[in-house]
Design a protein around this ligand. Sequence first.
Ligand SMILES: [Zn+2]
Length: 224
Amino acid sequence: MNTSHEQALRAGIVATARAMNAAGINRGRAGNVSARLVHAGFDGFLITPTGFRYDAMGEDDVAAVAQDGTASGPHLPSSEWRFHRDIYRERPEVGAIVHSHAAFATTLACLDRGIPPFHYMVARAGGRDIRCAPYATFGTQELSDHAVRALAGRRACLLAHHGMIAVGASLDAALELAIEVETLAEMYWRALQVAEPALLSDAEMAKVLEKFRTYGRPARSNVS
Ligand SMILES: [Zn+2]
């Protein structure tokens, strides 16, 4: 019997997955969404099942994965469950993770490019830039290790030749950041069609980060 807290998280995962499609950051079955779940002796997370169309997915289709990797539910968890597990283990402040193959972020990732400080909003991801993790085969521990490293001190990263990850304290915060990262990736890509844009200095980005930390922080995006 699921608790009301778990049921609310399941509903939130389904809603977030559908919102990814509506926002245009996910096409087909490529992305995945998870939320941390710790209750009644269970320490792990809920995650979208593998190979499922989001519009056909219901709350009971969401899989549960414990920190030891044991999965339960009617379907297998997303093949990317490893990096979700490892991010939750390494980052206690993270409550939700969104992974997508959003077109512009993935275009940059296919060029092995992260997003440098060409725009001050890059700081929304928690640092002066958004790193691109080196390539490794999907679903592997190697990819997970690369992702955790690229996320150090950040709430988002790109994955070379693959896609992007955004994390947050809540599903809403992770989704909002994923959409922001895709918006920044599109602007950076557009700028690159004309020229390499000038970058903001480390001192300026430090100032912006401080402003976000103290009074520019949106209420729903409170992971630091
Ligand atoms: Zn993927």
